[in-house]
Design a protein around this ligand. Structure first.
Ligand SMILES: [Zn+2]
Length: 634
């Protein structure tokens, strides 16, 4: 295209289905069935959008193996497409399907980048070169809108791709408005947001897809649902319509609280695939339910319900005065339009806030083996760092709704917000300072922290910093034992051999493999102009785990063992949060590698009966694609 003097547009507008094509045909939702997504126009330093669509982050590839078809890629820059904000929503035009997956995935990426204060990267590709394991950057996530002819959709960590399926709706199901019609998961706003979140989360915490506890896979599912659900509130027209028909009440089940409704109905569920508002008895959820659930989506649903409940509570707190001002008492029939507008504004703002609280918490989680209770601590700590005052008690709302569902952190006696904060380090670690500027002469480690706008450059910089931190840890200048204590890992082979015996050694030298697998910097702004700049470092280590606990004990006593013959891998490590304003270490969120209790828990989790839980997690069925929208046969 010829260069022009016309100013570059700020945003690219693309039309999508607000929920899914089914909503477009129902009376209740017909007027809110379409929405327009605005994604930032690529900056001067970014690659242009090319047919696919393909851009810096994504590559849509439309091959349909079931029918042997290849569909022409959509050109978003064609004047006819640009002139009408993208193709109009259509079930019959594959190019619209390409547009919809691209638009919703990009919107999800932007939601994360805004909350995290940095660019996101996809999980690296693991490769073996000359017998050594290395990791290679994955530039673009691939999206296949018509990958499978089945009622499912996946994020595939191996292919680094999102695979969307399509299927014929059940002929007999009365819940489906078009019996026997095709249902495309690539046209469901929820399913696209959910799968994209799996991919983003895998890029942030690549050990979270390992089945280490009953919470670990459930967390992935829950988080993907939380994002998809709260993103409903980025569609103000849909929110306004639901608030108007429900008299401003968000505590009832509506289109806004259900996930993937068309998919749910077309697969014979008579309802949304999943529902964020849980069953209650006398207004209270069952606090023992969580302890009875084993299936990842079901268990995750409890976490989703907790977050949604907190959202509803905060919304009620923010809007109580509006109802009183309008002189309404709950028995009213229709709301005045002006009130609907104000309530919509509050609901949209609250959802945005709660979603950001949840996403920011991702930086405050341990690098391995995450538990629901730790997510609560992460939310509270991350939010306190950015917003020290909490006059509207958002954090309390979050704690309460988690507690009502039996989600509690281990070893925490009190649930007061300040006792849920991660601990700040003491002793020598409290005195640690990073050299935060290139001219800084004080500090133990020198990093390159110049802001980088190009995504590739920013990745290279993170890789370079990762190496510098690793080297510094290996040298550890006379403070080794403090660091080992703080990180919960062992930096030299002598101490590792002494304590653990069965640590996996590095291939080259004697030192046990300590992996620094992320160094990320973030910049976030608080509501009162707070400027929070942080560096997040994840350090991990692995050792052999054996199903036979007695054998494990003997191996430990034998000293450093080089064979890699364990029954499973047991990992430990820590997330370090460093305040870049002064280089101080603020938190160390740790899972000790020598925690024998946790090792025993992991062992027991993997061994629960051959037909039970362990098979669900370890069997080929789930391992192939751990992030299916729904697990077949479960
Ligand atoms: Zn999933």
């Amino acid at each position: 295209m010829a260069k022009s003097d016309y100013p570059t547009p700020a945003m690219r507008k693309l039309r999508v289905y607000a929920f899914d094509p089914q909503a477009a045909t129902l009376m209740e939702t017909a007027q809110i069935s379409h929405a327009t997504i605005e994604i930032p126009w690529e900056a001067r330093w970014e690659a242009p959008v090319t047919p696919g669509p393909t851009n810096e982050y994504l590559e849509v590839i439309d091959i349909d193996p079931a029918s042997g078809q290849f569909y022409e890629p959509l050109d978003l820059n064609h004047p006819h497409v640009l002139a009408q904000d993208g193709l109009p929503p259509s079930e019959g035009d594959p190019r619209f399907h390409q547009q919809m997956v691209f638009a919703v995935a990009m919107k999800t990426i932007k939601v994360f980048e805004r909350a995290l204060g940095r660019r996101i990267f996809w999980a690296d590709r693991k490769m073996t070169v000359n017998g050594r394991t290395t990791y290679k950057r994955v530039e673009k996530l691939r999206i296949y809108p018509h990958a499978l002819r089945e009622a499912n959709a996946y994020y595939s960590p191996e292919k680094k791709a999102l695979l969307f399926g399509y299927f014929k709706a059940s002929l007999t199901d009365p819940g489906v408005n078009l019996p026997g019609g095709w249902v495309f998961t690539a046209l469901s706003h929820d399913i696209i947001a959910h799968e994209t979140t799996h991919a983003i989360l895998d890029g942030l915490h690549r050990r979270y897809r390992e089945p280490t506890s009953i919470d670990s896979l459930a967390f992935h599912e829950a988080f993907a649902d939380i994002v998809a659900l709260l993103m409903h509130f980025t569609l103000p027209e849909a929110v306004a319509s639901q608030l108007s028909s429900r008299r401003g009440d968000l505590s009832e089940r509506t289109w806004l609280s259900g996930l993937a409704r068309q998919f749910g109905e077309a697969t014979g569920r008579y309802a949304a695939l999943r529902e964020a508002i849980d069953d209650k008895k006398d207004g209270q959820p069952d606090p023992t339910r969580l302890s009875k659930l084993n299936e990842p989506h079901e268990r995750g649903a409890v976490l989703v319900a907790a977050v949604f409940d907190a959202f509803v509570t905060i919304y009620q707190q923010r809007t109580g005065d509006l109802f009183r001002l309008a002189g309404l008492d709950g028995t009213h029939k229709a709301l005045p339009n002006e009130l609907v507008v104000r309530l919509t504004h509050e609901a949209v703002k609250t959802a945005d806030h709660v979603l950001r609280m949840c996403i920011r918490a991702l930086d405050y989680l341990p690098p391995v083996d995450v538990r629901f209770g730790e997510f609560l601590r992460a939310i509270i700590t991350a939010d306190t760092d950015l917003v020290p005052n909490d006059p509207l008690n958002y954090r309390l709302a979050m704690i309460q709704s988690f507690r009502r569902r039996g989600i509690l952190p281990d070893k925490t006696l009190s649930l007061a917000p300040d006792s849920l904060l991660w601990q700040t380090p003491t002793g020598k670690l409290a005195a640690l300072r990073l050299a935060v500027a290139s001219t800084d002469r004080v500090g133990n480690v020198r990093l390159d922290l110049t802001p980088q706008y190009r995504r590739a450059k920013s990745y290279e910089q993170a890789e370079d910093n990762r190496l510098r931190i690793w080297q510094w840890l290996m040298e550890c200048k006379g403070e080794r034992s403090e660091w080992e204590q703080a990180l919960g890992v062992f930096l030299v082979s002598e101490s590792a051999a002494h304590v653990l015996g069965t640590l996996r050694p590095n291939r080259v030298g004697d030192a046990p493999a300590v992996e620094v697998h992320a160094v990320r910097s973030s910049r976030r702004s608080g509501p009162d102009g707070q400027d929070l700049r942080q560096l997040i470092v994840e350090v991990t280590q692995k050792r052999e785990g054996y199903f036979d606990a007695q054998y494990q004990g003997q191996r430990n006593a034998d000293g450093l063992e080089r064979k890699e013959d364990g029954d499973f891998i047991f990992r430990g490590g820590a997330t370090l949060i460093i305040d870049l304003r002064d280089g101080a270490l603020r938190y160390v969120i740790r899972k000790r590698i020598d925690d024998e209790g946790r090792l025993e828990e992991h062992r027991r989790f993997l061994q629960v009966g051959s037909s039970g839980l362990a098979m669900t997690y370890r069997g080929a069925r789930v391992d192939d694609n751990p992030f299916a929208m729904t697990h077949r046969g479960v």
